[in-house]
Ligand binder design. Sequence first.
Ligand code: ATR
Length: 264
Amino acid sequence: MPRLAVLGYPVGHSRSPAMHNAALAELGLGGEWSYEAIEVAPDAFEQRVRAMAGEGFAGANVTVPHKGAALALADELSETAREIGAANTLVFAGGEIRAENTDAEGFLRALPASPAGKRALVLGAGGAARAVVWVLLREGATVEIWNRTELRSQHLSEELGGETVERPEQPAYELIVNTTAVGLAGEDPFAELPLAADRFAPGQTVVDMVYGEEPSALLAAAGGEGATTVDGIEILVQQGALSLETWTQRPAPLDTMRAAARAA
Ligand code: ATR
């Protein structure tokens, strides 16, 4: 009876258990596999993870604020996780802990088209921004990074690449990605971010990693101006599908996962 879980702090809002349990049922693994949410504080994280293999866990997702700690404690890192500096997926096998990052590839799969050659603006400089900047650069996009605290975006661009920008020219971007927490607690994105509600354009793709209210104020405005929008649930689904495939070695049922994540 392999167990799976998402580890976070807090984790009560997570849609991952509903999404993964629906997927396991669809795959006919519902009687065998299960996926739960485990709330664990940072000071207890390492001990909790090290106990999991002995408790029947085959793997885990790791979310805020544990993505750096997950990388640090792993015995083996994927190249992606190492380069991004964060892990969202752990695999327990043969007494070892393997760390992977499916956030970057999940983000890429959620986009409606390849970002190659496109001019992209990434808002934010936290862990989510790192995965997005890393994969956009790998795919050949031109990446500009804005962050409220400029020192953090400077560090990010020095480490991973891209250029920092203080005053983004909103209509010039083909892709705009909000990785900040703005909107999570109902903040007005157009007060907190260097974007105007009426300066989106058709032909732009606007991504908001924040999910909660559907659609977010950012995506409602972007969609209203004719831009293509991608929400945080689609990214959750895509990264979750890649994690599930890593653990079960079975193709993930995307439609089932999407429906469960949206209903949760
Ligand atoms: P994550 O790993 O999810 O990216 P994080 O490291 O806490 O989380 O980063 C949160 C991001 O949201 C940061 O870029 C943060 O900006 P600062 O570096 O200036 O703190 C951004 N953020 C949070 N609240 C914000 C606000 N009200 N306005 C602008 N940016 C905000």
